[in-house]
Design a protein around this ligand. Structure first.
Ligand code: FAD
Length: 378
């Protein structure tokens, strides 16, 4: 089975070791700091993590979607904030540069981002446009030999520390979603304003904020891709974005399951360890089954992506399923730990809070279920 091939096993071992030795010992402190984990970010870059899914000739490590998701899964077992930051840097923050940047942009932004010297952000969401991208109102208007970008983006992961932004803009409001295009905006462009970090329930060291683009003038070459093809450019990576979110969910579910499993074997109540009670066994059996199913779905989906397919329906199903499994696993783990599941001393409370982060990116579950039903011809 593809999952067991050597590069995959090796990557799993390397990432698991990194998590055990470098991430787990500081995870609580990093989470409580609420700050971007720069030191771990740079360490990951030195392991070539951010170039993992790019070809060697582009400066990457020559991996694929399966390897990328294995990395995300392993990191999420240690600290979801770090996993989310790395996942974004590898894919959404750098992918449009990889596909569409000229040589100068490649050298000034793309390669330094793979080396962890620059941080990128991906800006779709607006105060009035979440899942419904047809409502995007940030505009890019042609002005001589360049573009003027104006509008407000919100909920932008890494924005407080970002050096550049990939921004979804409307260039032709009459065309609706067919008028959407991506633009590259460096942070030092006059008119860029980044708000203070949002206070959030989970993934607390992933810094998130609003970004205002006040008449930002950028050169023509900062249009990423062919004019009018922005939606297609997004669709080209959408299945991988959803698979990546499922990988984060799978990693978190495994961490929560493991915490519950271990605690149940050690904790005694009413004369025996609690793993001997059928109601606890039922939780563990159900979670193990769900986790196995999520894993099979995930790596079946990534194998299809790696084979050059666009598994739209499968990627929505696995994002939806794996995230529900993660939420359930984190909930059950906090129950199995009793009062200790409620204590800030144990990481299970962090898993519980971080699980909610998975519900939004790649599509909310209400929207995904609607789209899955549509793809089923229902
Ligand atoms: C931690 C975090 C990090 C994020 N990072 C980024 C980022 O880096 N870049 C970025 O661009 N965005 C980011 N986002 C925003 C995220 O992509 C949006 O939250 C998501 O697209 C949903 O948009 P919304 O929250 O505005 O909800 P809305 O789309 O307004 O939906 C609100 C509710 O209505 C439901 N709903 C909407 N449409 C339908 C429908 N057709 N049928 C049934 N129900 C429906 C939704 O399911 C939801 O329950 C982030 C969000 C969070 C929480």
């Amino acid at each position: 089975m593809a999952l067991r091939s050597d590069p995959q096993k090796l990557l799993r071992q390397v990432m698991a070791r990194f998590v055990r030795e470098e991430v787990a010992p500081v995870a609580r402190q990093v989470d409580e700091s609420g700050r971007f984990p720069r030191e771990l970010f740079v360490k990951l870059a030195s392991m070539h993590a951010f170039g993992l899914r790019y070809p060697v000739k582009s400066g990457g490590a020559g991996g694929n979607a399966t390897l990328y998701c294995i990395m995300c899964e392993e990191l999420a077992q240690g600290l979801m904030s770090l996993a989310a930051i790395a996942a974004k840097q590898c894919l959404m923050a750098t992918n449009f540069l990889h596909r569409f940047a000229d040589q100068d942009m490649r050298e000034r932004y793309f390669l330094p981002a793979l080396k962890g010297e620059l941080v990128g952000s991906f800006c779709l969401t607006e105060p009035e446009a979440g899942g419904d991208l047809g409502r995007v109102s940030t505009t890019a208007v042609k002005d001589g030999d360049g573009w003027i970008v104006s509008g407000m983006k919100t909920w932008i992961t890494n924005a407080p520390v970002a050096d550049f932004f990939t921004v979804l803009c409307q260039t032709d409001p009459g065309k609706g979603i067919r008028g959407l295009n991506f633009f590259f905006v460096p942070r030092d462009t006059p008119g860029v304003r980044v708000s203070p970090n949002f206070e959030t329930l989970g993934t607390r060291s992933t810094e998130i904020s609003e970004v205002a683009f006040n008449d930002c003038r950028i050169p023509a070459r900062f249009l990423l891709g062919q004019e009018g093809k922005g939606l297609g450019a997004l669709l080209a990576i959408l299945a991988e974005i959803r698979a990546m979110t499922a990988a984060l969910a799978l990693g978190l579910a495994k961490a929560a399951y493991q915490a519950g499993f271990q605690y149940a074997k050690e904790r005694s109540a009413f004369g025996k360890t609690i793993n001997q009670y059928q109601l606890i066994q039922s939780k563990i059996a159900r979670l193990a089954t769900d986790i196995w199913a999520a894993e099979l779905m995930l790596y079946d989906t990534t194998a299809k992506i790696d084979a050059g397919q666009r598994p739209s329906k499968e990627s929505m199903m696995v994002k939806y399923f794996a995230t529900e499994v993660a939420c359930r696993a984190c909930d059950e783990a906090t129950r199995i730990l009793g009062a200790y599941g409620y204590s800030m001393e144990y990481p299970v409370q962090r898993y519980f809070r971080d699980a909610r982060f998975l519900l939004y990116g790649g599509g909310t579950h209400e929207v995904l279920q609607t789209n899955i039903a549509r793809e089923l011809g229902f």
